[in-house]
Design a binder for this molecule. Structure first.
Ligand SMILES: C[S@@+](CC[C@H](N)C(=O)[O-])C[C@H]1O[C@@H](n2cnc3c(N)ncnc32)[C@H](O)[C@@H]1O
Length: 199
């Protein structure tokens, strides 16, 4: 069976060709992973976790509050032969059922702007991360948002009502993260901002 991912807007992503550009973007985040265990927040169709397992050999716990996406992500991981390396769970990231200081690294790729309460999600990501662990967040910048959600970009009311997709204010996110991180850095590329925090 072939599963097509529409989750992050890449029309050319399917089970046979995880798009090169998107894979490179995900690798920018995964290159920085040092500590385990790893939690992936907002797995969508599973691509970040699949790249982590396939190219880095990482075992990952991946959560998403959309049951259909979790189902699809599992199928995609199986098709990429990394099904056993990823534990996909149907969990809401505003309330992550893991103890404080559990994960070495908590990662999130293009997810926060899909969540209703992004700052609550960030708080939870920090809570479950070990002291001195890493929280890494990749979010679309304006160009990236236009590319992926162009049709909504022009009509903010429409997208807020329909999908709650809106561009995340990176300055606001930065300030928030700055207050709860012991160290923080940001790297902007053409379409994304990658924020790397030490708890
Ligand atoms: C664009 S997709 C993520 C893409 C994915 N990280 C990748 O590498 O392709 C965003 C996902 O965030 C999920 N999401 C939104 N709100 C959430 C929440 N409160 N808890 C967990 N997942 C959430 C959505 O269901 C969707 O699957």
């Amino acid at each position: 069976m072939i599963f097509i991912s529409g989750c992050d807007g890449s029309k050319n992503q399917n089970i046979n060709s995880l798009s090169y550009k998107e894979t490179q973007e995900r690798k920018k985040l995964l290159d920085k992973v040092e500590k385990k265990p790893i939690l992936d927040v907002g797995t969508g169709n599973g691509w970040l976790a699949i790249v982590a397992a396939k190219y880095y050999g990482y075992h990952v716990i991946s959560i998403d509050n959309n049951e259909d996406n979790v189902y699809l992500a599992r199928a995609n991981a199986r098709a990429f032969k990394v099904g056993k390396m990823i534990n996909f769970k149907n969990i809401d990231a505003t309330s992550i059922p893991y103890p404080n200081d559990f994960f070495g690294t908590v990662i999130s790729y293009q997810t926060l702007h899909h969540t209703r309460y992004p700052f609550k999600v960030v708080e939870e990501m920090f809570r479950v991360c070990k002291r001195d662990g890493r929280v890494m967040i990749s979010e679309l910048n304006k160009e990236g948002f236009k590319l992926y959600h162009g049709e909504y970009y022009e009509y903010p009311e429409k997208y807020i009502k329909s999908l709650n997709k809106k561009i995340l204010d990176i300055n606001k996110l930065w300030k928030f993260l700055h207050n709860i991180s012991s160290k923080i850095s940001i790297k902007e590329s053409k379409y994304t901002n990658l924020i790397n925090c030490v708890k």
